[in-house]
Design a protein around this ligand. Structure first.
Ligand SMILES: Nc1ncnc2c1ncn2[C@@H]1O[C@H](COP(=O)(O)OP(=O)(O)OP(=O)(O)O)[C@@H](O)[C@H]1O
Length: 601
C-alpha cells in the first residue's frame, strides 16, 4: 500500500485512440519474453488502458484502472505483475505467495489462472500460479500452497478459509505479499465479499503495491479504493468520467426489436434461421427455465445450442465455456445472475439445510457463479437479449461480451411492452443520442415483417409443443447428465486438459430429430428482402475478417456506420437500402426468390 497520508488522486486520462501517440510493448518497457509470448497469442500492440497502466505498474505505483468491458484490463495488470516477479530475487525464502489476484467469481478465477499459466509457459520462466476455490478442503488448500506458489488467484472468500485452516498466516503474508490485485472491483462487493476483504486488509503490508481494475465506477469501487489503496494513480479512458457514455465499446453496434413476449420465440427463430446475425451468438435469458425452453424450441428447427446457468456443476460450466470459446458450437444460451427470484430462493435456505446433503447442495445455484461479468467469451459476434436484463448495468455487462479488444460486434435486444420501462432506462443511462453512434440503440432493420410472418405458423405450432412439463423434464435430465459428467470431466481434464471434444454440450435434449420441413425453410417462405439482408450479414462477416488482417498491418480504419450495411440496410424500406449502396433485387411479391435452393443451417 502507498503512503498513509491522503493526497489528491493523480488522475490520468488516456487519450482517444486516434490522437494517442501509440507506444509499442517494447516502448512500455515490457520484458522481451512477455512480448514474444504475446506475439504467439496474436497480440502485437497494447490497448489504450495497457499503454497507460503497464509503465505505472512497472514503476511500483498503486493504480486504479477504469476502462470499459473488453478493453484488455487483464493483461494491463498481468504483464507488469509477471515482469516484476521475473526479478523478485527474494522469492525463494517466501512463506506465502508474492502476488494475490482476487476476483469475484470462480469462472473469472479460472480465466485469470489459465491466462497466467499460459504466459508463464510461453515465457519459460520458473514461476508457479495456483487457483483456490472455497469448496477445497483444508488438505487441498495446504497442498496447493506448498512451495509456496508465486501467484495466488481466488475469490476473497478463500482467504479466511486459508487462515482458519492455518495454511496462510498473517506473518507470512506480511513478509511475502508484494502485489495485490482486485480484478472486476466493481463486482467484488456486490458478490458479498466485503467482510472477507475488510478482514484481509489488516494483513496487507504497507509496502504492498495495490491494483484495482474495474469496468465501471461505482460507490463500491470508491469504497474499495478507500479500504485498500492510498493516493493511487487513477487511470481512466476519456469517456469514463461521464457515466452516460463510459460503457459500451464503440465497436459494438446495438439494435433492438419491439415484439410481444409471445412473439419472442418467433423473432429469435427468424434472426437465427434466416442468418441475420453473425455467429458466434450469445443469447441471454432471465430464468433457467426460459433458457431450456429456448433450447428445446430452437432444436426443433435444427438449430443446436448449449445452455449455461448457475445450476450446472462447476466443471460442466467451465467445460461449456471452453468449448464455446474454442468454437465447437455457435449458439450459447446463458442465464445470467439477474434471475434474482431463483437466487433469493437459494439464499433463503439456512446454511444448516445446505450442509444437510452435499449432493443436494450441488443442485443449488452457485453464488460464486458469474456467467456474464468479466468472462472473456472469445469471438462472440452477436449478443441477443432474448429477455431484457433487470438493470442498465446488467445490459452493459451482457453487451460487453462482444466487441472485445479490437474486435467488432453487435447486439440485438428483443423488447416487449412490459420491458419498455427498463429499455428506456438503459437508453437514458447510455445517453442514447442520435448524434453519437456508439451509444445509439437502433431499430433492427434487416428483418422484414413478411419474413417474420412467414415463419409464424410453424413457430407458434412448435412453441405450443414446448410445454412447461417438457421444459422441466429437459432441465432435470440435463442437470442429472451434467452432474454425472462433471465427475468424469474433472478426472479426465486433469490428465487431458485440452481434450475439449470429449463431451459436446450442444447435444439435442429431445430424442426425436427435427422434422425436415422445420430444419429447412422452404423456398416459398423465404422473403427476398430478408434473403438479401442475410447475404449482407455474410458479406459483413467477410469484411470483418479482412479488418483483422488490416489491423495486423497496423491500420486503424474504423468500421463506420455510414459504410456498414448492417446500419444502412432496411428490409422494410428499399429506398434506404439503395442509399446505402446496396442494390435491391426485386420488389415485394417478385418471384426472384423462387429458386431451387433451400436455406438450411
Ligand atoms: N493488446 C491487445 N490486443 C488485442 N487483444 C487483446 C489485447 N489485450 C487483451 N486482448 C484480448 O482482449 C480480450 C478482452 O480482454 P480482457 O478480458 O482483459 O478485457 P477486460 O477489460 O478485462 O473486460 P471485462 O471488463 O469485460 O472483464 C481478451 O480476449 C484478450 O485476450
Amino acid at each position: 500500500m502507498a503512503e498513509t497520508m491522503e493526497k489528491p488522486p493523480k488522475v490520468i486520462e488516456s487519450k482517444e485512440e486516434e490522437e494517442e501517440e501509440e507506444k509499442s510493448f517494447e516502448e512500455l518497457g515490457l520484458d522481451p519474453r512477455l512480448i514474444r509470448a504475446l506475439i504467439k497469442k496474436g497480440i502485437d500492440k497494447p490497448t489504450p488502458i495497457q499503454q497507460v497502466a503497464i509503465p505505472l505498474i512497472l514503476e511500483g505505483k498503486d493504480v486504479v484502472a477504469r476502462a470499459k468491458t473488453g478493453s484488455g484490463k487483464t493483461f494491463a495488470y498481468l504483464l507488469p505483475l509477471l515482469q516484476k516477479l521475473f526479478t523478485d530475487s527474494g522469492s525463494k525464502n517466501k512463506l506465502a505467495p508474492s502476488a494475490f489476484v482476487l476476483v469475484p467469481t470462480r469462472e473469472l478465477s479460472q480465466q485469470v489462472y489459465t491466462e497466467v499459466s499460459s504466459l508463464i509457459e510461453l515465457c519459460r520462466v520458473q514461476l508457479k500460479v495456483v487457483q483456490l476455490t472455497s469448496s477445497m478442503t483444508a488438505s487441498d488448500l495446504r497442498a496447493a500452497l506448498v512451495g509456496p506458489p508465486n501467484i495466488l488467484v481466488c475469490t476473497p472468500a478463500c482467504i479466511p478459509k486459508c487462515f482458519s485452516a492455518d495454511v496462510l498466516q498473517s506473518a507470512s503474508i506480511n513478509s511475502s505479499l508484494e502485489i495485490l490485485v482486485l480484478d472486476e472491483a466493481d463486482l467484488l462487493l456486490s458478490y458479498g465479499y466485503e467482510d472477507d476483504i475488510k478482514a484481509f486488509t489488516a494483513h496487507i503490508p504497507r509496502r504492498c503495491q495495490c491494483l484495482l481494475m474495474s469496468a465501471t465506477s461505482s460507490a463500491d469501487v470508491e469504497k474499495l479504493k478507500k479500504l485498500i489503496l492510498h493516493n493511487p494513480f487513477i487511470l481512466t479512458l476519456p469517456e469514463v468520467g461521464n457515466i452516460k457514455d463510459e460503457v459500451i465499446p464503440k465497436n459494438v453496434q446495438q439494435f433492438w426489436i419491439s415484439c410481444s413476449d409471445r412473439d419472442k420465440l418467433l423473432y429469435i427463430l427468424s434472426l437465427l434461421k434466416l442468418d441475420l446475425v453473425q455467429k458466434k451468438v450469445l443469447v441471454f435469458t432471465n430464468t433457467i427455465d426460459m433458457g431450456y425452453r429456448l433450447k428445446l424450441f430452437l432444436e426443433k428447427f435444427g438449430i443446436k445450442s448449449a445452455v449455461l446457468n448457475a445450476e450446472l456443476p462447476q466443471n460442466s460450466r467451465l467445460h461449456i465455456l471452453e468449448e464455446f470459446n474454442a468454437g465447437l458450437f455457435d449458439y450459447l444460451i446463458a442465464t445470467d445472475d439477474s434471475q434474482t427470484k431463483e437466487k433469493e430462493e437459494t439464499n433463503r435456505e439456512s446454511n444448516a439445510e445446505r450442509r444437510k446433503s452435499r449432493k443436494h447442495a450441488k443442485q443449488k445455484l452457485d453464488s460464486e457463479f458469474g456467467v456474464v461479468r468479466g468472462i472473456d467469451f472469445k469471438n462472440v459476434h452477436t449478443v441477443i437479449n432474448f429477455e431484457m436484463p433487470e438493470s442498465a448495468a446488467g445490459y452493459v455487462h451482457r453487451i460487453g461480451r462482444t466487441g472485445r479488444a479490437y474486435s467488432t460486434g453487435a447486439s440485438v435486444s428483443l423488447v416487449s411492452p412490459d420491458e419498455m420501462e427498463i429499455f428506456e432506462e438503459i437508453k437514458s443511462v447510455l445517453g442514447n443520442d442520435e448524434n453519437n453512434d456508439s451509444n445509439l440503440i437502433s431499430p433492427f432493420s434487416l428483418l422484414s415483417k413478411n419474413a417474420v410472418e412467414s415463419l409464424r405458423y410453424r413457430a407458434e405450432d412448435i412453441a405450443k409443443s414446448v410445454t412447461k412439463v417438457a421444459v422441466k423434464e429437459a432441465r432435470f435430465q440435463d442437470l442429472k447428465k451434467e452432474i454425472l459428467n462433471s465427475e468424469k470431466l474433472k478426472a479426465h481434464f486433469e490428465v487431458n486438459p485440452r481434450d475439449l471434444d470429449l463431451l459436446k454440450h450442444d447435444k439435442a435434449l429431445s430424442k426425436k430429430p427435427p422434422a425436415p420441413h422445420l430444419r429447412d425453410v422452404p423456398d416459398y417462405l423465404l422473403d427476398p428482402k430478408t434473403q438479401e439482408a442475410s447475404k449482407l450479414v455474410k458479406l459483413s462477416r467477410a469484411a470483418m475478417g479482412n479488418n483483422k488482417s488490416m489491423r495486423r498491418e497496423g491500420s486503424r480504419k474504423k468500421f463506420r456506420k455510414s459504410k456498414d450495411p448492417l446500419k444502412t440496410f432496411s428490409a422494410e424500406a428499399p429506398k434506404r437500402a439503395r442509399k446505402g449502396g446496396i442494390k435491391s433485387e426485386g420488389k415485394d411479391g417478385d418471384d426472384s426468390h423462387k429458386h431451387k435452393k433451400k436455406k438450411s443451417i
